[in-house]
Design a protein. Structure first.
Length: 78
């Protein structure tokens, strides 16, 4: 399914400015799956992850993993 330019801009802006929890989606970081869920809820369109990944590249975004840190890390002692 194809997204209109207006829908694409709305989704891109949402990903940048908000967190999934604001839309009733579990998690604080946007993933392809959570973004797909948001699109399904807001626009009633189903998009596969590969197509969504292409859209995100077009928008200048990339998938990144958060930096892993020990829970009780003491930066001064490192």
């Amino acid at each position: 399914m194809v997204l209109t330019p207006e829908e694409q801009e709305n989704i891109r802006k949402t990903i940048v400015e908000k967190v999934p929890e604001e839309f009733g989606i579990t998690g604080r970081l946007w993933t392809l799956g959570r973004t797909r869920e948001y699109i399904q809820k807001e626009f009633h369109k189903t998009i596969n992850e590969r197509t969504l990944s292409d859209y995100m590249k077009r928008w200048g975004m990339s998938c990144q993993r958060p930096v892993k840190r020990a829970r009780r890390q003491k930066p001064p002692g490192i």
